[in-house]
Design a protein around this ligand. Structure first.
Ligand SMILES: [Zn+2]
Ligand SMILES: [Zn+2]
Length: 304
């Protein structure tokens, strides 16, 4: 215990807190930038998708929308194809020839009873992904409540997507013409993302742990300095953290530090119980504690 207290006394907590905050901020920034870098192609995909979707909903399949879609397909590694069809499933536009039969139609039908999946005429499976899961706050299916209810929210990082050869599909519908655009993508997870997320989790956990234990150590040191029960207060802080700190501070406020030996004394004490230093003035007649500038005792009225 003595060695522990010696080490603790050597720690400059003010410096340690500054160092801790600096290191934490640097670590969180590094992690955030790493995640953003790893998902850079998904982010640019989301931005491109959003742009294409907005103009398609407004203007329909114009040349400018077609060129945006072509660019999206060319730039994103995971885009298999982007196919636009009219209400009778006739192909109006395709970014490349993947997935398409010769008959100029592209038809997706529900796969068995499971409406989360669609299949084309070749039998390839497509998992319907809500736009929200790729593009923030975009719900193109707002007016198709039944479809929305059929489509469960699925995470892009979903594990079972890795093993099976299933495409993901997002689709846009133009309300008046019923033209649709299918954006078909590979369900490949972002490389290194899983490991990066795990590492980020561990780092956040460590940062939190250092804070938690550090607070308890500070309370231990402070209580030790003020000749309180350091083990008890340290334990309270270790178990309850902030709540313990608040209780500790309130306890300290209701008491008084001896200016001679630094120990915590009751406010009512006239003398320090540890070093005998006089802490309060008292009335000679009744022993009541009186203020330094009082002329009369508040209890017995004795002139001081
Ligand atoms: Zn004292
Ligand atoms: Zn008195």
């Amino acid at each position: 215990v003595k060695k522990f207290e010696e080490i603790l006394n050597k720690i400059n907590f003010k410096k340690a807190i500054k160092l801790y905050i600096t290191i934490s901020i640097i670590l969180v920034l590094i992690c955030s930038f790493t995640m953003a870098y790893l998902s850079r192609s998904s982010i640019s995909m989301a931005i491109g998708y959003n742009k294409a979707a907005e103009s398609f909903e407004k203007t329909g399949l114009t040349e400018s929308v077609k060129s945006t879609l072509s660019k999206l397909a060319a730039d994103s590694k995971d885009v298999v194809n982007i196919i636009a069809v009219d209400k009778d499933n006739n192909i109006l536009f395709k970014a490349n020839s993947n997935l398409i039969n010769s008959d100029n139609k592209f038809i997706l039908t529900p796969y068995e009873a499971n409406k989360k999946y669609l299949k084309d005429e070749k039998g390839t499976l497509y998992k319907v992904v809500k736009s929200d899961n790729i593009v923030l706050n975009k719900n193109y299916l707002k007016n198709h409540e039944k479809e929305v209810s059929d489509i469960n929210e699925e995470s892009y990082y979903e594990r079972d997507m890795k093993a099976e050869k299933i495409n993901m599909v997002n689709y846009l519908v133009k309300k008046d013409t019923k033209d649709k655009v299918f954006i078909v993508r590979n369900a490949t997870p972002i490389p290194y993302m899983k490991g990066a997320m795990e590492a980020f989790g561990i780092i956040l956990g460590l940062i939190f742990m250092v804070y938690w234990v550090g607070l308890a150590l500070w309370v231990y040191k402070d209580a030790n300095k003020k000749k309180m029960n350091p083990a008890l207060w340290g334990l309270v802080a270790l178990l309850t953290n902030l709540v313990g700190l608040i209780i500790y501070s309130m306890y300290k406020q209701n008491n008084k530090l001896c200016h001679q030996c630094g120990s915590l004394q009751s406010k009512e004490n006239i003398f320090c119980t540890l070093c005998g230093e006089k802490l309060n003035e008292s009335c000679e007649k009744c022993g009541n504690i009186v203020g330094k500038n009082d002329s009369y005792c508040s209890k017995c009225g004795n002139k001081l």
